[in-house]
Design a protein around this ligand. Structure first.
Ligand SMILES: Cc1cc2nc3c(=O)[nH]c(=O)nc-3n(C[C@H](O)[C@H](O)[C@H](O)COP(=O)(O)OP(=O)(O)OC[C@H]3O[C@@H](n4cnc5c(N)ncnc54)[C@H](O)[C@@H]3O)c2cc1C
Length: 378
């Protein structure tokens, strides 16, 4: 019997296994296919700290009030990212030159300012920039942009690198990682859980559900309903490698956009544009979304018109309608923990895992964070 079984080999699961192993806990991670093959290895690599603009405008200030503590978590996670290369011994290609949310008109500048009030209340630094200040910071932006907000702590990292680095470090510390081991059933026993896989039944005192978009399906195996936890097909694109063009993480208030340039010169263009589901339920890129995503990107950074797209891909992002994370033990099923961070789980991977690994051990995490907004209810 292991102390803990972690289900899911994305960033949430690999990082949770790492922090547990680092604390001396006997942990086994079960991954259905191979590590980092779904959202954690297919995302756009943005490190976000600010409130996403789209849901702010759609859901309004009452939603922002409730969501706000989550951005404190994201900012703390980015602080942890800074220390990960030394902790894990791997170059994660982290660049933190700041995020710029830019607007095409004064009405949308007012939205940015209203959003900034919530962000500043959480301790985030947000500088509102008028047209001349923005031009000085980001001369690559189109002339139609009237201003924006600069958040100096945001940036990017390499999604191919981090979950495998956590997994390798966890294995060095004694964690067992079983790839190609899908969880098929979970039975509660007197002293823990029996987890069925094609390799046989594994037993553990505690279970961590880190299955991303499949988290509700895993929870249901233990009789738990994770309402509103879903998967959504979205897509992103990568360009050919070009010289330095865009040092920041750029967002746009006009339409969905995230844009950044990685260390080898590839520009990554996304923002959550919808993909389609293919015949077998697999995510497939949607040409209409691609066309619109690129048109928005070129309208914000005109120099992109000369840069070729070399790859567009689709993947399932784990989401909820309220955007709030679920981190901790299910009250009705003691010993069953969830590590689920919707929409921005790449950024939040380190802190979510540190929190859940501590809670699994019955301890408070070594972080000055109020966990009450994130604990599972019911
Ligand atoms: C295109 C795209 C762009 C994104 N861009 C960003 C971004 O720029 N910044 C950001 O912060 N976030 C971004 N995200 C979101 C982020 O990638 C996810 O929130 C995060 O990676 C979720 O990590 P996870 O480990 O919870 O889930 P996943 O990475 O999906 O891992 C879950 C794992 O559980 C496994 N699993 C499922 N069922 C079982 C089972 N029965 N048995 C065993 N294993 C099982 C799966 O095989 C999978 O490996 C993006 C997502 C997508 C799709």
């Amino acid at each position: 019997m292991s102390d803990v079984i972690v289900i899911g080999g994305g960033l949430a699961g690999c990082a949770t296994a790492y922090y547990l192993a680092a604390d001396g806990v006997d942990v086994t991670l079960l991954e259905r296919t191979d590590l980092n093959t779904l959202a954690s290895g297919s995302n756009a690599g943005s490190l976000h700290a600010q409130i996403p603009h789209d849901p702010f405008v759609t859901n309004g200030e009452a939603w922002a009030e409730v969501f706000s503590p989550t951005i404190g978590l994201l900012a703390r996670s980015i602080e942890m990212w800074r220390g990960l290369p030394a902790l894990l011994g791997v170059d994660l290609e982290i660049g933190l030159k700041g995020g710029l949310l830019v607007a095409p008109n004064e009405a949308q500048m007012r939205d940015i300012e209203r959003k900034a009030a919530f962000e500043r209340a959480q301790g985030l630094r947000i500088d509102i920039l008028d047209r001349p200040a923005l031009r000085a910071l980001a001369p690559y932006l189109s002339d139609h942009i009237v201003g924006g907000a600069f958040c100096p702590d945001e940036g990017k990292a390499n999604p191919f690198a981090v979950a495998p680095a956590f997994a390798a470090a966890a294995e060095r510390l004694g964690a067992t990682i079983l790839r190609h081991t899908p969880v098929q059933a979970i039975v509660r026993t007197g002293d823990g859980f029996e987890v069925s896989t094609p390799r046989g039944v594994l037993k553990a005192k505690r279970v961590v559900d880190a299955a991303g978009a499949d988290a509700a399906r895993i929870a249901a195996m233990a009789g738990i309903e994770l309402a509103d936890v879903q998967g959504f097909p979205i897509q992103a694109s990568a360009t050919e490698q070009v010289g330095p063009l865009v040092p920041h993480l750029v967002y746009y208030t006009g339409e969905k956009l995230t844009l950044k340039q990685n260390g080898v010169g590839t520009l990554l263009i996304g923002g959550g544009w919808p993909a389609r589901l293919g015949r077998h339920g697999n995510p497939v890129a949607n040409p209409d979304s691609l066309a619109r995503n690129l048109a928005v990107a070129v309208s914000v950074v005109p120099a992109l018109a000369k840069v070729k797209i070399v790859r567009t891909w689709a993947a399932i992002v784990n989401g909820t309608s309220d955007w709030k994370p679920i981190l901790g033990e299910i009250p009705a099923v003691p010993g069953f923990f969830v590590n689920f961070f919707p929409w921005m789980g790449f950024t939040a991977g380190p802190i979510s895992a540190r929190i859940v690994a501590s809670l699994v051990q019955g301890r408070q995490p070594p972080l000055d964070v109020d966990l009450s907004p994130f604990l599972p209810k019911g």
